[in-house]
Each structure stands twice: as C-alpha cells, then as structure tokens.
Design a protein around this ligand. Structure first.
Ligand code: DC
Length: 647
C-alpha cells in the first residue's frame, strides 16, 4: 500500500488559504441546478466528493461549464431535470447521495444510485422513510435501509407532516428541506428524535434563503416550507473556505507554537465547524479572528485536558481526539455517536490508531476517552480506513517530535487533494540562511540541505530570473507593475542543479554582473517581492527546507526552526567573487567588484521592504576567516541545537 512518512516535527507556523467548503460546495451545486436562471459558483472545492456531485448533475442533463480556477457556470433547470433515466455512481460522498436521493424522488424519473462498498453500509433508511410517507417510489436493491437504491416516478401527497428521525445524520433533514420546494406546495417536517449536527442544517437554511426559499423553523423540532416558493439563481456566489479542514491547521498552531492562520473562514462564516476554534480556546490556545481568517497559537506549556460535548462539530471534533495526545491529562469527547456511520466507524478507527501513538483509549457507543502517553511512540504506521479525516488528523501526531507513517495518504482527495503539501507549508522544518551577496550562503545552504536530506531554495535566483526575464522582454527595471506580473508567472524550473526559464538553461546567464545589479534593483520593488512570496513558501516541503536569501527569516519563513545570518567582510566577499569569475573564465576587476558589492549591500539594506538585516532571533556566523567546511559545520551545529537531525 502507498504510504507517506512524516518526519519528526516540533513547530508549526504560517498561513494557509483553505480550499472551498465541501458542505457548501455540494449544496450550492444542487440548488443552482434546481433553480431558475444561471449561477456562477466561484472557489468551489475541487475534490472527489464535489466531482461526484458534478458528474451526477451532468448525467441528469444539467448544463455545467468550468470557467477555470474552480469556478463553474450552472444553467438552472427550474426543477425539471432534463434526463429522466440515469444510473448514478455516488462513490462515498454522503453530501451527494442524500440530497440527490430526495431531489430525484420528486423529479418524476427513473434513477439508480449506488456507491463504493462502504457507501452501501452507510444508512439512508430514515430519509427513505420520510420520502415514502409522501408517496415517493424508492426501492432498496440490496439491504433495506442502505444504498443502492432505485427511484421511480410517483405522485406526491403532502397533506400530513413528514415525520423524520434526526439522530443518525442531519443530512436526511437537509436532503428533504432542499428537495421539498420542488413540489411548490406547503410542506412540514416534524422531527421524531432530537436533531444532531444542527449547524449543518443552518448551512442548508442559509443557502436555501440565498436561492430565494424561506423555511419557518420552530426550535429544532418542526420545519415548514410555505407554498409557492421556487429556487431562483442569486447570480454569482463564492464558496467560503472549509471550516472542517481549517481544524487541522488551527490545531497545528495550537500544538506547534504557531501562529498558524487560515484564510477563507472567519467571524462571518456560516459553517458550524468554525466553532472548533472556540473549543481550542477552551484548551488554552490563543485564537484571533478576523472577518475572513482565524489564527491559532499555542499556550505556554501543554494544552489543557478537556471533557467536551462535541455534537455540534462532529467532523472537526476528530481533530480534538488527536489534540488530546498533547493535553496535560485525560480527555473525553462526548456525544459523538454519528462518528459510527461516517466514512468509517470513526470511534473504533480513532481508538485503534491513537493507541498506536501510545495513548490509552476507552471507546463507548457515543464517546471516546483519551489518556495521552508521557512519550509518543515513534514510527507508528497509521491506517486511514479510506477516511480523509483520519489521514489529516494523524498528520498532527508528528508534531510530538516522532516520525509517523500515514498509510494510503491519497484518501485525503475526498476533500483536500493538496493537504500534505499545505501541511508541509506550516509544519515542515525550515533552516533560513540570510546574508549579503557572496557571503558563501549559497554553497553553505546547499551543503546543509544535502546533509539533512532537505529541499533547497536559492531565493536570490528568483530575483535574478525576474531581472533576466524583464530585460529580455524589454522592460525597464523600475517598471514595478510589469516586472511583478512577470514574477508572478515566471516559467522557472530547477532541475539537477540547473536553472531553466521555459526550456532555456539560464544557469550561467543569471550570474553575470549585469543581472546581479538588475536583480538587486528589481528586488527593491514591493510588488515584485509580493509576487514572489507564495512561490517561495511553496518550496516548504517534507522532510524540510534550507532557504537562503535576504529576508528568509524575517519575512518569508518567520517561523523557521533555525535562523542563521551568514556574513563576511566586503573585502573578503569581493575577493571570493573575483576568484569565482576568473575560474569560470569570465572577465573581472577587483576594484569594480568591491564597489558594486558595496552599492548592492547598501541597496539591499536600505530598501523599504524586507531590507537585509539580522533578525533578533538569528545566529550570526561570520565567514571572513572561515573555510566553507567550517561555515557548514557552524550552521549544522545551530540547526541541531534546534532539534533537527541530519541524515
Ligand atoms: O543572493 P543573490 O546574490 O543571488 O541575490 C540576488 C539579488 O536579489 C540581490 O541583490 C538581493 C536580492 N534578494 C533579495 O532581495 N531577497 C532575497 N530573498 C534574495 C535575494
């Protein structure tokens, strides 16, 4: 089986732009399909579960056009699905099969819905019972109460309230609520048990309202949809970031120092799982909120032990089960029975895997009690049960300073295909080496990277490439907007020690004195620096990164585990550059080199954005009198002092 080995980690900090919310994406897609008019949905989640919904809508004849960057235009069918007979594969996407079952049952066609084997073990009986009460024709093809299902045309009667259970999954209520306006008649749903996961129903009501349908709610017991309402497109909609996915990054900040900021959800969010941040706060984490972002940082010492009712955030609650490993005492997660019928039996799965890390775990029908171990077991191989959340949760265990192997890591594709790259962007260790040009930092950084088995980023080369591309495109080196646009889409590639711009090998072309001077000029332009920021951060990958430049420690990777300021006297640096150029057979003049270097130092140090300076928390290494070997050894000592291990 495919697996991913995460290295021992001890810190997390950084910023993550969240992928779109799964719950909102799939609801919006269905409502847009059923409504009158054309809807543009932006920032849709790109994942297995949304692809299941998209494919199903296409199969029933809904007009759908991808317009790039996770945006789609959907031609609403005014409640009349064009294709009246279809066999639909639902994978393991609960947020697709439940609402589609209800919508198709009221659509007057012949449909079949099936999924992966686990989907055929996930209950849908309460929803089908609700639909049968109003005359729908739905038949079980296998076990009663479970998919696969076949659906046939039927005459719907709505003279009595629909009586529905709400204690297995709130998605059954969501499905009925979204489908009933298709009848155009007054409909009432009465809950026969307490409703779980209520915040998800709030998302449903919120989105239905945006599509012009009002639901009257009496507590959480009775829902009524007034007659003569139908869905109308609101035009352009944005999907907010996924609040359940945010939980892994916020927990990483709360465990690994932080701050970790997630962008895409905040105070304004309509998702219940944003309340995960409130729970983290109860554990002692420092939480800061903006309208569209949330940030988490660790408390002094460990997280506080907790005993919490987590019924309102069933998905994000899984993240707390792993956070419990980092608490100062036994923890209890209560009222989580719905975990048993999710992608896997999550209570059993969580218990089994937490034990592999060394925790003592007691599992009950609807609770989990986790006593953290004094030390984490190293090298645990975590099974993920085809459950994206198991994989994402257990990546956090590596922050206990132990290596963790995640089996079948691709299961994260269900909601976040880029999860491990994003996790690396906040958790992979970084050694930041800054300093003036010709201080030897490039050579030292490369050798340190090799010794640790880490990736290497020569950030100066990005400024050099921008200068080269700018000059080749005939741009003036003070054309800030033009150069920033070039920097943002630089077709640069680093491969086997060579540097390419498109297909051209420019390794030597970017090292000329003309480009050195040009790079220093473009590097002083704030828009160019901003354009290169995300690109540099994307180099932060497992098992770790050594990055050299001028602002690695101060701006690009402020949370770097080790920060080194590598410097040497201007005379020593000019002499090194002189020898390098002569060795390459290039013309060189010692006096001119020294002067150039001093001018460049001044420009790098005096510019308004990200000037060259030693950070307060960086170690200074002066290489004026040092050999390369000695400089490498000095940096290795600094990195190892921070707990990093070389190969
Ligand atoms: O490290 P180098 O000489 O290859 O860098 C080329 C130019 O880019 C230099 O003038 C400084 C600038 N630079 C920067 O401003 N910030 C970085 N992180 C790296 C380089």
């Amino acid at each position: 089986m495919n697996h991913l080995e995460l290295p021992p980690l001890n810190r997390a900090s950084g910023i993550i732009r969240l992928p779109g919310s799964k719950s909102i994406s799939n609801r919006m897609l269905l409502l847009a399909a059923l409504s009158e008019g054309r809807t543009e949905i932006r920032d849709l989640l790109d994942s297995d579960d949304t692809r299941v919904m998209l494919a199903a809508l296409v199969k029933v004849g809904v007009g759908l056009t991808a317009i790039g960057c996770n945006a789609y235009v959907i031609e609403g069918c005014r409640g009349q699905l064009p294709v009246r007979e279809a066999d639909l594969f639902m994978g393991n996407a609960g947020t697709a099969i439940r609402p589609l079952t209800a919508a198709l049952a009221l659509s007057g066609g012949h449909y079949r819905l099936s999924g992966v084997p686990r989907m055929h073990e996930r209950p849908i009986g309460d929803l089908v019972d609700g639909l049968l009460q109003i005359g729908a024709d739905i038949r079980y093809e296998g076990n009663a109460g479970y998919p696969p299902l076949s659906i046939h045309p039927a005459t719907v009667k709505l003279d009595a309230p629909i009586r529905l259970r709400g204690d297995v999954s709130s998605q059954f209520l969501t499905a009925l609520l979204m489908a009933l306006p298709l009848t155009g008649r007054h409909a009432v749903i009465e809950m026969t048990t307490a409703l779980i996961s209520r915040p998800y129903v709030e998302i449903t009501l919120n989105l239905m309202a945006r599509f012009g349908v009002r639901v009257e709610r009496e507590g959480w017991e009775r829902f009524s949809i007034p007659a003569a309402q139908s869905y109308r497109s609101p035009g352009v909609l944005h999907v907010e970031g996924d609040a359940s996915t945010a939980s892994y990054f916020l927990a990483a900040g709360a465990i690994g120092g932080g701050p970790v900021r997630v962008e895409g959800v905040g105070r304004e969010s309509i998702q219940g799982d944003v309340r995960f941040a409130d729970e983290l706060e109860k554990l002692g984490a420092t939480i800061t909120r903006g309208d569209t972002w949330i940030e988490a940082a660790a408390p002094r010492g460990k997280l506080k032990a907790f005993d919490l009712d987590l019924n309102h955030i069933p998905d994000a609650a899984m993240t707390l089960a792993v956070a419990a490993l980092f608490a100062d005492g036994p923890c209890r997660l209560r009222n989580i029975a719905s975990w048993r019928v999710k992608e896997t039996d999550r209570i059993a799965a969580m218990a089994a895997e937490l034990r592999k890390i060394g925790a003592t775990v007691e599992e009950g029908a609807d609770f989990l009690a986790v006593s953290p171990a004094p030390t984490f077991s190293s090298g645990a191989a975590i099974d993920t049960y085809d459950d994206h959340r198991m994989a994402m949760c257990f990546s956090l265990a590596a922050l206990g300073g132990v290596s963790v192997t995640i089996n079948d890591p691709a299961c994260v594709n269900k909601t976040f295909p880029g999860y491990f790259d994003a996790f690396a962007e906040v958790a992979a260790p970084v050694i930041a080496i800054d300093g003036p040009s010709a201080s030897g930092k490039g050579t030292v950084a490369e050798r340190v990277a090799a010794a640790f088995g880490y990736h290497y980023l020569d950030s100066g080369s990005l400024y050099r490439l921008t200068a080269l591309a700018g000059l080749r495109a005939g741009k003036a080196l003070d054309d800030e907007a033009g150069l920033a646009a070039l920097a943002a889409s630089l077709p640069a590639r680093f491969s086997a020690g060579r540097i390419y711009l498109d297909a051209a090998d420019v390794t030597d072309a970017i090292r000329t004195e003309e480009i050195s001077v040009g790079a220093s000029k473009v590097a002083a332009l704030p828009a160019v620096r901003a354009a290169l920021l995300d690109r540099q951060r994307a180099y932060r990958r497992f098992p770790g990164l050594v990055a050299d430049g001028r602002d690695m420690a101060s701006v690009v990777f402020p949370g770097a585990v080790a920060k080194v300021f590598l410097t040497a006297s201007a005379a020593a640096r000019a002499e090194r550059r002189y020898k390098q150029l002569i060795a390459k057979g290039m013309p060189a003049n010692m006096h001119a080199l020294l002067q150039d270097l001093q001018e460049r130092d001044a420009r790098d140090a005096q510019r308004s954005v990200a000037p060259l300076r030693q950070c307060d928390d960086a170690d200074r290494v002066d290489t004026t009198e040092m050999s390369i070997d000695a400089a490498v050894a000095a940096v290795m000592v600094i990195a190892k002092r921070q707990g990093l291990r070389s190969r």
